[in-house]
Write a protein that binds this ligand. Structure first.
Ligand code: ADP
Ligand code: MG
Length: 203
């Protein structure tokens, strides 16, 4: 079962991973965007960790809704409202349970990804974060490692695609041949779930 501590570990691991990979995310965004994705993610997740240290969050839902709110208010780029929506929608779907199953997490994240697609209008194949998030949610039934692999493969598979949403879409065919920064950061967030689970086992 996954409790509020698991979700706090998820956000802490995500912040550390985004911090380590910030330069890479910004390099990807400089190829097909405006070179701010690394700094956007760093600033957003650092603020999430600070907020979770300051605020009492007793349930998985409270952790995710607080994190989503902070991302929306601290990240100026498109990714802030989108990731904020992912976490807030997932949080809302979890209600007031103090512990949830992995199956419930998968269902909640699916609601979150549906929220991302509704807000941003992106479908699979549009070369966005959706291309990593949706395969991860589909694979989550087979465990966190399977979800990580699916997200990483989804991110890599954005390279030959032409962007149809977000700034990269302004480049038209010139967006082809570059991995999408948001799909790449999504893979980091999904990988952080596995770290949070390992933390519970004391690894
Ligand atoms: P901005 O594009 O405003 O500079 P970021 O650089 O932080 O914001 O994030 C860019 C990423 O956001 C893209 O790589 C893409 O994955 C994601 N993104 C942008 N627009 C959309 C959208 N409409 N739907 C889903 N994801 C999107
Ligand atoms: Mg950008």
């Amino acid at each position: 079962m996954l409790d509020a501590d698991f979700f706090r570990r998820w956000m802490t691991a995500a912040a550390a991973s985004v911090d380590r990979e910030a330069e890479r995310l910004t390099a990807l965004d400089s190829a097909i965007g405006d070179a701010d994705h690394g700094s956007n993610m760093q600033r957003g997740f650092a603020a999430v960790v600070t907020a979770l240290e300051a605020e009492a969050t007793d349930t998985p839902s409270a952790v995710l809704t607080a994190a989503g709110r902070v991302l929306i208010s601290t990240v100026g780029g498109a990714s802030g409202p989108l990731y904020g929506t992912l976490l807030r929608r997932a949080g809302k779907a979890l209600g007031d349970a103090t512990e949830i199953s992995e199956k419930q997490l998968a269902e909640a994240l699916r609601a979150g990804v549906d929220g991302v697609m509704a807000l941003g209008g992106a479908a699979p194949g549009d070369k966005t974060m959706v291309d990593a998030l949706l395969p991860a949610v589909d694979a989550l039934g087979d465990g966190f490692a399977a979800a990580r692999v699916a997200a990483e493969e989804g991110a890599v598979a954005t390279t030959p695609l032409q962007a149809r949403k977000g700034r990269a879409s302004y480049l038209g065919e010139r967006s082809i041949g570059h991995q999408d920064p948001g799909a790449t950061s999504s893979a980091l967030l999904v990988a952080a779930l596995e770290e949070a689970a390992a933390g519970a086992r004391g690894e």
